[in-house]
Design a protein around this ligand. Structure first.
Ligand code: ZN
Length: 411
């Protein structure tokens, strides 16, 4: 299967030698290398490649004699960027499986009657500019170009400048008016980011829904002072308020049956012998429905405010992004389950249907086009970590499953 050589060709790109994790951030030289890789693999297969106005890459396998723009296509793919020290599977598995599925169909002598597209969405993880799914959100119109262009990375570089530096035209960003016509269905294959399939002892599942989720920035302010000479009673230490908020968030998440995580913080002045004056921290919260999510964040904010009062500090919480719940439509899901049942029924029986608490471009696209997702077993459930792992045999099953779904759709 061509999967193995495709997979090997990505192994070293953007890998940090010390952590063993990947640092594939949007519009960096590593990102440009990944984009070249995508283009090379597509062109090597005789697929035409285009970069849309938002930096998303599309490769097209068109029916024989097809003229003009692709319409009503079967599109599959994912993203190539990563979180800081991410694993190798989150994103690239979907794109490598997409190319592999095309190879499998061609080996079988299949010619598509409708166009097949492979897409690599730009900046899915939001690792550099702090907002996830920028490429797909711009294309569906969920994010306005002005907002995107003014986002800054840790060094203060705006997305507009980062785009300019790589020869892109920031003024071109915006909603893609052809998206709904071009994409008949978008099926994203992704490594599972939990252990549900492992617990069921099954290699592949179909997605039912994505939990609503969002990011909130909490700014805790106090007073900087000497770590040695300031009496405890005199301190106004925002780190203390923050530490309590981290703990309370965990307790509140458990009581709501949800998850809440403070995973990123910035300390001012960030000195080992100074009480900080200011902590900025980012809360990631996710729940089964939007009311629960809102109640969870309200509770965490109220807890932090109460604690700030005790500590004589202050706290402000601001929403940075909110992704509503996604219910993947029944039609494509049922069709996929039927196709997989016909292909693998003997081996695996009915394909499981799972929700996920992880965001994906497929969720963003679901507002514009029919979407579906396939998940491949992750035996440890670990993701967004150098330890993220999937068995190669399961990856092969995933690629075979995607090929079966593709064949069902395009022949
Ligand atoms: Zn992903």
């Amino acid at each position: 299967m061509s999967f193995d050589s495709l997979w090997a060709s990505l192994r070293d790109v953007g890998r940090d030698a010390r952590s063993g994790g990947y640092r594939r951030f949007a519009w960096t030289t590593v990102d440009l290398t990944l984009r070249e890789w995508f283009t090379g693999e597509a062109q090597g297969r005789g697929l035409s490649v285009e970069e849309d106005r938002n930096g998303n890459l599309w490769a097209w396998w068109l029916p024989p004699g097809h003229k003009g723009d692709p319409r009503g296509a079967f599109v599959t793919g994912s993203h190539l960027d990563s979180v800081p020290d991410g694993g190798p599977f989150d994103g690239p598995l979907g794109i490598v499986s997409a190319f592999t599925a095309i190879d499998l169909l061609r080996t079988d002598g299949v010619t598509p009657r409708v166009p097949v597209g492979v897409v690599a969405f730009s900046d899915e993880e939001g690792a550099r500019f702090g907002v996830a799914c920028i490429g797909s959100q711009l294309s569906t119109g969920a994010m306005q170009p002005d907002r995107a262009l003014n986002l800054t990375d840790g060094e203060g570089t705006t997305l507009a400048d980062a785009l300019r530096k790589t020869g892109r035209r920031p003024e071109h960003l915006g909603a893609d008016p052809d998206l709904a016509e071009r994409v008949g269905v978008y099926v994203e294959l992704h490594v599972e980011q939990g252990r549900a399939l492992d617990l069921m002892n099954r290699p592949v599942a179909v997605a039912s829904a994505i939990w609503p989720h969002g990011r909130w920035r909490f700014t805790f302010c106090g007073a900087a002072n000497h770590a040695g000479t300031t009496r405890l009673a005199d301190r106004r230490d925002p780190m203390l308020t923050f530490a309590t908020a981290v703990h309370d968030a965990r307790t509140r998440a458990a009581s709501h049956g949800a998850v809440a995580t403070f995973g990123k913080m910035r300390v001012t002045p960030n000195g080992a012998n100074a009480i900080p004056s200011r902590i900025e921290a980012w809360l990631d919260a996710r729940a089964a429905d939007e009311q629960t999510l809102a109640a969870l964040v309200d509770d965490i904010t109220a807890d932090a405010a109460a604690r700030a009062h005790l500590d004589r500090t202050s706290v402000v919480a601001e929403g940075e992004s909110l992704s509503p719940a996604v219910l993947f439509p029944d039609g494509p899901r049922q069709r996929i389950r039927q196709a997989l049942g016909a292909e693998f029924g003997q081996e695996f029986g009915d394909v499981p249907v799972l929700p996920t608490a992880a965001g994906h471009d497929a969720g963003v696209l679901s507002t514009a086009v029919p979407t579906a997702m396939l998940f491949v077993r992750n035996p440890t459930g670990i993701s967004h970590s150098p330890d993220e792992y999937a068995e190669i045999a399961d990856c092969h099953q995933g690629a075979r499953a995607l090929a079966a779904v593709m064949k069902d759709w395009v022949t």
